[in-house]
Design a protein around this ligand. Structure first.
Ligand SMILES: [Fe+2]
Length: 180
């Protein structure tokens, strides 16, 4: 039985998020390259550095449990990141694409918030005080990142909105000419 105890489940969830973080590390530079907004790009780049630290923290937790740091393919993160990379291939107005990338990034953050929240709770129940501390630290960082993205979205969503208006005006001008 691979899941005979909460301890087993804790380890399995650790492996899941460890793999998820590694996938994120690979995906972030492509995302950063694809966005228009400088502010968004630097937020993504900063998150890359933060994610590197989060991976190290997970490795520390594995060490505390006396287990090898090994991931188990996180299929959910694979799907979320695939959606993000597909967005980059769309024929999109840059501001609208930026809004879409923020949405994709926040979906990733919420997956991580759920994962680290659960892991911190399990660590506490299992009596792993130090692991709980480390996982809680990362949980807070993920929440901060999510809030930072919401903040950036509060400008970019409106830029995307204006972009749509401009497009509509141009189309109307063209059809006015045609109707003359
Ligand atoms: Fe993370």
């Amino acid at each position: 039985m691979s899941l005979a105890s909460l301890e087993d489940l804790f380890l399995q969830e650790l492996k899941d998020i460890y793999d998820a973080e590694k996938q994120i590390l690979k995906a972030l530079p492509k995302m950063a390259k694809g966005v228009e907004s400088e502010e968004l790009r630097s937020a993504i780049e900063e998150h890359h550095a933060v994610t590197e630290k989060q991976v190290e923290r997970l490795e520390e937790v594995f060490q505390m449990l006396d287990k090898p740091a090994r991931g188990k393919k996180c299929v959910a993160m694979e799907g979320l990141l695939k959606e993000g990379s597909q967005l980059l291939k769309e024929d999109a107005e840059p501001e609208v694409l930026d809004a879409a990338i923020i949405a994709a990034a926040q979906k990733v953050e919420h997956y991580e918030i759920a994962a680290y929240g659960t892991l911190a709770t399990y660590a506490e129940i299992l009596g792993y005080e130090d692991a709980k501390e480390l996982l809680g630290e990362t949980l807070e960082e993920e929440k901060e990142t999510d809030e930072a993205l919401t903040e950036i979205a509060s400008t970019i969503n409106y830029e995307a909105l204006e972009e749509g208006d401009e497009e509509e005006e141009q189309e109307m001008a063209v059809s006015r000419k045609r109707n003359r």
